[in-house]
Write a protein that binds this ligand. Structure first.
Ligand SMILES: [Zn+2]
Ligand SMILES: [Zn+2]
Length: 186
């Protein structure tokens, strides 16, 4: 049995959170982690109780939606709300943080930023991270091995092979396909 890594696990959590986003411009998720424990999570959306961009449309000024609070900010503010320390923590974000969030991350004492995908990676943000000694690491999406219905797929393939084997003229081809399938499922 293959275990997913901590990086894959926490990034998967951020991808799940992104599905809760209420802004139509970009769906972002962020998870704050300390000692391999999730301490907070956020997605981009309006203030609690506010109208949602998905219902009312974005409130755009200078090409930015001003209604939303970014995922990273929401996760940090959740820590503030409940009095959870962020010093030395790590953050997993689906997109490279904007400049404002870069500064908030630094100021909250977060020491590592894992991101799944580049997003306008602001050079000043990168410079500030370097100055503050914040490590940046990209978690490639091909590292995300989240497979659903593994057993069902395997059984379905076995059924197909059983049917194919009834055609005795194709034995060699079937054996080759079986080996390929084995590699895929190992
Ligand atoms: Zn919006
Ligand atoms: Zn931001």
């Amino acid at each position: 049995m293959e275990r997913i890594s901590w990086n894959q696990y926490f990034m998967a959590q951020s991808h799940l959170l992104a599905l809760r986003s209420t802004c139509t411009r970009l769906t972002v998720g962020a998870t704050i982690v300390r000692d391999n424990r999730m301490i907070a999570g956020g997605y981009n959306g309006s203030i609690a109780g506010g109208v949602h961009c998905i219902d009312e449309g974005c409130y755009v000024i200078d090409n930015h939606c001003v209604r939303t609070i970014h995922a990273e900010m929401n996760a940090i503010l959740q820590c503030a709300k409940f009095g959870v320390a962020t010093t030395g923590a790590e953050i997993y974000v689906t997109h490279f943080p904007c400049l404002q969030c870069c500064k908030a991350i630094i100021q909250a004492g977060i020491k590592t930023v894992y991101f799944a995908q580049d997003y306008k990676n602001h050079p000043y943000g990168i410079e500030l991270f370097e100055q503050a000694g914040v490590a940046l690491q990209k978690v490639e999406t091909n590292e995300m091995k989240l497979e659903l219905h593994h057993q069902e797929k395997k059984q379905f393939l076995e059924k197909i092979f059983q049917e194919l084997e009834k055609d005795h003229g194709k034995q060699a081809e079937v054996e080759k396909l079986k080996r390929e399938a084995e590699q895929l499922f190992s």
